[in-house]
Design a protein around this ligand. Structure first.
Ligand code: HEC
Length: 214
């Protein structure tokens, strides 16, 4: 055989043995990706939402596991969410009755939505006309009051009761937004006063002295 070829073959055999020796020494981990070229292509250095990560300080893992999502700053209010500050107590009920007023305009669109919500969430107990004759009312150990008997109930107290519930009536805050609750209050007033509720501004207008004539 040509000496040159023999030399090449023996060199290849030596390299092969060295390569086998190196690779076989290493215990192969089925999950190891081996040598990675530019690992940040596979493992994004940025944090994904909801993931937990180990805090790194001065290039060293601190051992503290943190959540990628930070808690909002104390006092943060979610967009579109209005906190309800009256507590679920007898005092909160009275305070709501004294201070809380419907911020919505009593117009056809709001009333229509109030009627729809009432039909979904209230009618089975309170009845279509608010006379406490809904399908469920008779099954309750204590039926709800007819709205016609609650004409003096301040709207703030109504809102408070719809928010937290009262007696056998459950809380509706998880089901209806504040705006939706106020729309239902408008509709209850419509049931109580089909010809229009005498408003505080009506009585204020009556009580207001006439402008002085110049
Ligand atoms: C499971 C039946 C039930 C449902 C559903 C229900 N209510 Fe009531 N509701 C009652 C009962 C019972 C009472 C009497 C509570 C009491 O005074 O102990 C009541 C009381 C009320 C009062 C009087 C509150 C007060 O402060 O005295 C209002 C106003 C009212 N409900 C509105 C609503 C509205 C609006 C809905 C729908 C969003 C609704 N209710 C859904 C059973 C129900």
């Amino acid at each position: 055989m040509n000496r040159k070829i023999t030399k090449v073959i023996s060199l290849m055999a030596v390299f092969g043995c060295v390569a086998i020796a190196f690779t076989s020494c290493e215990k192969r981990d089925a999950n190891s990706p081996g040598v990675e070229f530019m690992p940040d292509m596979y493992r994004s250095p940025s944090l994904e939402s909801n993931m937990a990560y180990v805090k790194i300080e001065n290039g060293k893992e601190t051992g503290d596991t943190l959540q990628a999502n930070r808690m909002p700053v104390a006092g943060t209010i979610a967009r579109g969410y209005m906190p309800y500050t009256y507590p679920n107590t007898a005092e909160g009920y009275e305070a709501a009755g004294a201070n809380l007023h419907n911020p919505l305009e009593n117009n056809a669109a709001n009333l229509k939505e109030g009627e729809e919500l009432y039909g979904k969430f209230c009618v089975h107990c309170h009845g279509a006309g608010g006379e406490a004759d809904g399908l469920v009312a008779g099954k309750l150990p204590g039926p709800p009051p007819a709205y016609s008997t609650l004409k003096n109930l301040p709207e703030g107290k109504m809102f408070h009761t719809i928010t937290y519930g009262k007696g056998l009536m459950g809380a509706h805050a998880p089901l209806l937004s504040q705006e939706e609750r106020w729309k239902v209050v408008l509709y209850i007033h419509k049931l109580q006063f089909p010809n229009g509720k005498p408003t505080a501004s009506d009585s204020a207008a009556v009580a207001k002295p006439a402008a002085p004539v110049k």
